[in-house]
Design a protein around this ligand. Structure first.
Ligand code: NAG
Ligand code: NAG
Length: 380
């Protein structure tokens, strides 16, 4: 059935860079009939693992511009928190990265603390470095979002000293054998940060062309504004803000954080971590694996919505078939539908699941009504 569906080879490889990519996407969704999905994703999470991958990608995710930079990101990003699962299995990671390439996911979210070994050095980055080495030319096709600043030696603390900023960045450059990172990102805010010192370090990095854009993660508004103003004094701007956004934790959406950071002069490109309810500490999924009442209700709502959004698909040979969507795909579609241009980060290490979660999510004929239906099921 999957193979038959793949005959429908509809490729939407939108040109990168255009400001209007996402607006265009929204328009296309409402004005033209949706493209038929290419996989029967009824059983989503686990059954997806047994799905045979298409030889030719049926669909590619779009791209989206990054404010105050010449950078674009893929509309869905791939997270590296679980990369340590690929230990001694670089071919597994290479396969996952190839699958990403096929569906147009080129933005990789990294952190030196994932798979922590010592400060500034984690197993996730080590394995990713091996995969880059195994695939010459791959680095230039990816956008590397590189987080730094969390230190665990001597207890958890944030180090945003200029020395640590430079050291952290240089570790990335050496490990990945590259001259630049795409986004250099402060992993967590430090209320005591010396914003002038950070801005000065960023200026040196910009002048040395070691980072194409700067980002923050998990910042409060006042911390952002302090750093923004210090950077403005150096002629620099922030471009990306990574924060938790998901059906499980919609707080940043409901408390207007996403609105603040996605409109007007404070517009940053928002990366959404934990987009499918993933555990930030790398444990099992907190949404789909949960026995909690709220979690079960959310998954049920998503599953029903996935059935309701069923599409008629051409199965070839004049036959039609109905395709529905899995709860995980609907969860991604929900984030993509928000007008804040959230780029959900997907972190599965299962290649087939990754394809299932990325490819159809943008194709689900999601309406404002569907967004609201799900929102109303998320009450705590
Ligand atoms: C390596 O990773 C791939 C992709 O996740 C997986 O299918 C395979 O079983 C892994 N191999 C080993 C030896 O762990
Ligand atoms: C989709 O998959 C489900 C579960 O495997 C199956 O019951 C259903 O018949 C499939 N639908 C189509 C149209 O193939």
């Amino acid at each position: 059935m999957f193979a038959a569906a793949c005959l429908v080879l509809l490729v939407f490889d939108r040109a990168p860079g255009a400001e209007a990519v996402n607006r265009g996407l929204r328009k296309r969704r409402s004005q033209t009939p949706p493209e038929p999905p290419t996989s029967n994703a009824t059983t989503a999470m686990d059954a997806a693992l047994t799905v045979k991958l298409p030889a030719v990608p049926p669909f590619k995710v779009g791209r989206i511009s990054v404010p105050h930079s010449d950078l674009t990101l893929s509309r869905i990003a791939y997270g590296s928190l679980h990369f340590p699962e690929f230990k001694d299995n670089v071919t597994g990671l290479t396969a996952a990265l190839e699958a990403c390439q096929k569906v147009g996911v080129t933005t990789i979210d990294l952190a030196d603390v994932y798979g922590w070994i010592e400060d500034g050095h984690g197993a996730a980055n080590d394995i990713f470095a091996e995969a880059l080495k195994a695939s010459p030319g791959l680095r230039s096709k990816l956008e590397l979002v590189t987080k730094f600043g969390i230190r665990l030696s001597g207890g958890y603390h944030i180090d945003l000293s200029p020395e640590w900023i430079h050291e952290s960045l240089d570790r990335y450059l050496t490990l990945f054998d590259t001259d630049y990172v795409d986004v250099l990102m402060i992993h967590n805010p430090d209320p005591n940060m010396d914003v002038q010192a950070v801005a000065q370090a960023f200026k040196e990095i910009k002048e040395a062309r070691k980072a194409r854009a700067f980002g923050i993660s998990n910042f409060h508004q006042w911390e952002y504004e302090a750093l923004r103003d210090a950077m403005a004094a150096e002629g620099l701007k922030l471009s990306v803000h990574e924060m938790e956004t998901s059906v499980l934790h919609p707080d940043r959406i409901t408390d207007d954080t996403v609105s603040y950071f996605s409109t007007g002069e404070n517009e940053l490109r928002i990366l959404g971590w934990g987009a499918l309810g993933g555990d930030p500490y790398g444990g099992s999924n907190l949404l789909f694996g949960s026995e909690g009442e709220r979690e079960k209700r959310i998954v049920e709502t998503l599953a029903l919505k996935g059935q309701e959004l069923a599409l008629e698909e051409d199965a070839g040979l004049g036959k039609k078939q109905t395709v529905t969507f899995g709860p995980d795909e609907v969860a991604v579609a929900w984030l993509l539908h928000h007008p804040g241009n959230i780029v959900p980060i997907i972190g599965t290490t299962a290649v087939a699941r990754l394809m299932a979660q990325t490819t159809p999510a943008e194709k689900i004929p999601f309406r404002d009504l569907d967004f609201d239906d799900i929102m109303s099921a998320l009450h705590y």
